[in-house]
Every structure is written in C-alpha cells, then in structure tokens.
Design a binder for this molecule. Structure first.
Ligand SMILES: C[S@@+](CC[C@H](N)C(=O)[O-])C[C@H]1O[C@@H](n2cnc3c(N)ncnc32)[C@H](O)[C@@H]1O
Length: 239
C-alpha cells in the first residue's frame, strides 16, 4: 500500500498505517456510502463499556463473525450470503473499499441484514468488543509491509493477537491468508508463539488450498506479490 497516511487521532491504538482516502468516489458510490454507512456503521461505546456484537443485527443471528481489512468486500459479502445465521462485522478504513462493499449492498439491500461495518482501524473494534463474543475471524492478505523497518506495522502481531484471543470464543476459527513469503514466516512465528492459538493443518493441502467456502478476494485475484498464497486456519484454544 502506498505510504500516504494521516495520523490516527486515537492514541489508544496508535497510528493507522494504510490509506484512508484514494481517488474521489463516483457519484453512485458516494451515494451508496451516504445512504448505507449511517445505517450499517457500528458505533463503539465509550470505554470501558464493551459491545455485544450479536445485538447489532436486525436479522436474528446466532453468532458474530469479524473480517479485518475486507478490501472491496467480496469475501465478506459471500460469507454473509452463505451463512445467514452469522452476523458479519467488517472493518475497512479505506473509503474506496467501503464504497465498493456498500454499492453492492445498494444493489441488493437484503444483503444488509447480517452485515455491519466500521470504516476505521480494526484495533478500535477489537478493543470495544465483549470478551468471547466472536465465533470466527478473518484476516485475509493483510498489508505485508515487506521492509524490515515497517515490520512493526504488521497486523498479525502480539498485541492484536492478544485482543483477538480475548474476543474470540473458545474453539473459534481465526483464518489468515498471505501471498508474501516473508509475512507467512512472520505469521507462523507470531501465531505459534501465542498460547491461545493452535494451527489446524494436518497436510500441505490444508494451507496451500483456499478453504472451500472462501471466494478469491480482490487482492488475491490481482496476484500482487506473485507468490502462491497460503491459507491458515487457527483455533482459539479453550480458556
Ligand atoms: C492488501 S489489502 C487486502 C484486502 C482484502 N482482504 C483482499 O484480500 O482483497 C489489506 C487491507 O487491509 C486494510 N487495513 C490495513 N490496516 C487495517 C487495520 N488496522 N484495520 C482494518 N483494516 C486495515 C487496508 O485498508 C486494505 O484494504
């Protein structure tokens, strides 16, 4: 991602490293944002209050799932359509990505029933969620930050894993994907070092193949890094 960022005002999670703004939105996309973001946007309670995510949805969902950095939202939309019992909360600070998702919803408004969004840093949402309130989480192709001096910006890192471990229910899945070999090695170290997570892989196909219910994301379609993607499913260990 280009390095054109503004400082994040919220000191509690630190600065967001990534774009919030891109090219100006086309009129149709701007109108989808104006009409849907107020309806689907999650309002975080003031600390120390926390949010019960299942209560956010108008559809009678039985569990809440989370996607960090949904890009243009293809994966989020597909999961929400395939699993109507689950409420999907997607975080994406980049307005052009949010606009892509909301314009799909604008075309088929029924899709909104089990989708909620935060156009901001996922760390803010994680900090505001109740303990053990998320049944599945996805972090797909997070920004790889390949330069050594930028590694500290990587999302899959101890502080965020501590928060994910806190909000995930016992036995919940955490799905990670990357096509950056350096980030893959980094993820393996961070994840195996963390006591709350266990890798479910039994054979190479378990990380070389995309999970059957997971469509290709836009990033994966672009094949930006060129390397074969790896998909990892981790399980939150019982407390
Ligand atoms: C490489 S893109 C991948 C997008 C999408 N998952 C896909 O596979 O097409 C990484 C995304 O993560 C978002 N992102 C970066 N930092 C984030 C954060 N702290 N919270 C939420 N999203 C973040 C970026 O805006 C960007 O859209």
């Amino acid at each position: 991602m280009p390095d054109e960022k503004g400082p994040d005002e919220r000191a509690d999670v630190g600065r967001l490293y990534g774009r919030r703004l891109g090219r100006p939105l086309r009129a149709g996309r701007q109108s989808a944002v104006d009409s849907w973001l107020p309806r689907l946007g999650v309002t975080l309670p003031p600390a120390p209050a926390t949010l019960d995510p299942v209560a956010l949805f108008e559809a009678p969902v039985t569990e809440a799932w989370l996607e960090v950095g949904f890009g243009a939202g293809e994966h989020l939309l597909a999961q929400a359509a395939a699993h109507p019992h689950a409420g999907l909360i997607g975080c994406e600070p980049f307005i052009n990505g949010m606009a892509a998702l909301l314009s799909e919803i604008d075309h088929v408004p029924a899709r909104a029933a089990n989708i909620r969004v935060l156009m901001d840093d996922a760390r803010l949402l994680l900090a505001g969620l109740k303990d053990a309130s998320i049944a599945k989480a996805f972090v797909l192709f997070p920004d790889p930050w390949p330069k050594a001096r930028h590694h500290k910006r990587r999302f899959v890192a101890k502080a965020n894993l501590d928060q994910l471990a806190r909000v995930l229910q016992d036995g919940a899945e955490l799905r990670l994907a990357t096509d950056d070999p350096g980030y893959l090695r980094w993820m393996l170290v961070e994840m195996t070092d963390h006591p709350a997570f266990r890798w479910t892989a039994r054979r190479p196909a378990d990380w070389r193949q995309r999970p059957a219910d997971s469509p290709k994301t836009r990033y994966e379609n672009k094949g930006l890094a060129g390397a074969a993607p790896a998909f990892m499913t981790w399980r939150r260990q019982p407390r």
